[in-house]
Write a protein that binds this ligand. Structure first.
Ligand SMILES: Nc1nc2c(ncn2[C@@H]2O[C@H](COP(=O)(O)OP(=O)(O)O)[C@@H](O)[C@H]2O)c(=O)[nH]1
Ligand SMILES: [Mg+2]
Length: 336
């Protein structure tokens, strides 16, 4: 990595919030949030393609690039774009935090009523933007891209298929391409979204749970021209753990004792029946306890059962103290 000069501190140079307010009074109609991680060769061309596409749409827009600790000089290119075009905002993280935090930072800064997310690697085609807008106008809150046909190696497409199928089966949200980076949202959805960890993969699940309407459209997909893919097997594995989190968050977080308590009670009862049988056997037939090692299984099941019920109660306590009325429901409209 090149040595940073002490005199020029690039972190301080960009203060998008202030600059934006000073130069424009009205917020733009559309915000495009683009997470960037080592995509030096792509961002300039992407910017030009977006501008060309937005020209056709004819709405005001802003582009928010979130440079997530790139080490390949992406920031330099973004800085030049920002200098040349006030519609370009750049948020630079101090280190690599991940795609979800990058999207979150972009969402927090976005002012448009409609917010797009796009990958920075030129695999998504900005020429599709009008198709997304059409669906938003139809009334959908979230329009998700479906890369079709997807031009990635099978090492990516295959696990992705498995992932989409499993998520569809477990959550009931059936999309062909859940994790497509190209999406359009209504602002209300973004404002209610809680993104952390790697949960960006599950935005449609969380949106559906809150009652937002979702659709998907086929989008053109280009093979990666520059740089490398960042989502390998390691990140993919984590996706499955995150699925557990999402299932829990969207179903049992509000009533944790119902999950832990039910499993705990079942476990306890099975253990109790096993051990009762061993003990009664000893009393009535004089069959010694050590002839029935299953006694230990019964003990374990009872202990685990009690622990689970206690975990459930503790979760309820955490839930109680973290109560936030904003998370309890989602209002579409109020007439008064
Ligand atoms: N902010 C941020 N963006 C990332 C990170 N990893 C990947 N990206 C961006 O996410 C998009 C998709 O990444 P990519 O590697 O092409 O994934 P693939 O299309 O699934 O192979 C690109 O715009 C990347 O720059 C990350 O750790 N942080
Ligand atoms: Mg890609």
């Amino acid at each position: 990595m090149p040595q940073k000069s002490l005199l020029s501190s690039p972190d301080i140079e960009i203060n998008p919030q202030l600059e934006f307010d000073a130069e424009h009074e009205a917020p733009p109609a559309i915000s495009l949030v683009i997470p960037v991680y080592n995509e030096r060769e792509s961002v300039q061309a992407l910017y030009q393609q977006i501008c060309a596409s937005m020209e056709q749409v004819g709405e005001t827009f802003e582009i928010i690039f979130v440079d997530d600790g790139s080490s390949d000089g992406s920031f330099k290119v973004l800085k030049a774009l920002h200098a040349a075009d006030p519609r370009v905002c750049v948020i630079r993280f101090r280190r690599n935090f991940g795609k979800s935090p990058a999207l979150l930072a972009g969402f927090n800064r976005a002012r448009g009523q409609i917010i797009f997310t796009m990958d920075a690697d030129l695999q998504d085609d900005p020429a599709e933007i009008p198709q997304f807008l059409e669906q938003i106008e139809e009334g959908y809150d979230l329009v998700s891209g479906w890369k079709y046909p997807r031009l990635d190696p099978p090492s990516k497409t295959l696990p992705s298929k498995v992932f989409n199928t499993i998520v569809g089966m477990t959550t009931g949200v059936k999309l062909h391409d859940m994790n497509c980076g190209f999406k359009a949202y209504r602002r209300e959805l973004i404002e209610e979204l809680k993104l952390y960890g790697e949960l960006h993969r599950f935005i449609p699940v969380m949106a559906r749970w809150r009652g937002f309407s979702i659709t998907e459209i086929k989008v053109k997909h280009h093979p990666r021209q520059f740089g490398k893919s960042k989502f390998g097997a390691k990140r993919f594995l984590r996706g499955f753990l995150d699925l557990l989190t999402v299932l829990f968050l969207t179903s049992y977080m509000r009533t944790p004792l119902r999950l832990f308590g039910a499993v705990g009670i079942v476990s306890f009862l099975i253990g109790f029946v096993i051990d009762a049988w061993v003990v009664l056997n000893r009393i009535y037939t004089n069959d010694p306890i050590h002839n029935h090692p299953i006694l230990f299984l019964g003990l374990v099941l009872m202990i685990v059962g009690v622990q689970l019920v206690l975990s459930g109660l503790q979760s309820e306590m955490i839930r109680h103290f973290n109560f936030n009325s904003r998370d309890e429901y989602s209002v579409k409209q109020v007439l008064d």
